[in-house]
Design a protein around this ligand. Sequence first.
Ligand SMILES: [Zn+2]
Length: 148
Amino acid sequence: MSTEDIFEVEIKDVYNYRLSYGGQSAYFHGLQAGKMVGSKCTGCGFVWVPLRPVCSHCYETAEEYPLSGKGEILTSILLPQIPEHLRHLNAPVATALVLPEGADTCIKAFVVAHNNVTLGKGTRVKAKYLPKINSIADFYFVPEESGD
Ligand SMILES: [Zn+2]
């Protein structure tokens, strides 16, 4: 059989389903309410962001732990293209590793750089939340000094 003999058709499949964030729901409820919520291990005290219901270090339960939503850039790089869900902000966007205040983990997040603020290591940032939360990427940070 040659490739010309293979019969092919175009098919479009659309699946609608409801995705559950399960034990991480408190993190997403927090984002929806404009708050950053991590979890603190009841065994070793490690603070996870994003929230983990079970500690990956000692496997004890980790409980919801509210955070300030502020943090510090560990490293960042400006993106050549703005992610579609942040284009309405009309500002340069970097991807960064941010150490949230009070957390023992860092999180990869977008940082919006209004007013050409430098986004170097140590830059203090604060979280901003999109009106509709669907994913972990539906918030971003801005430098505290930007006044946003
Ligand atoms: Zn632990």
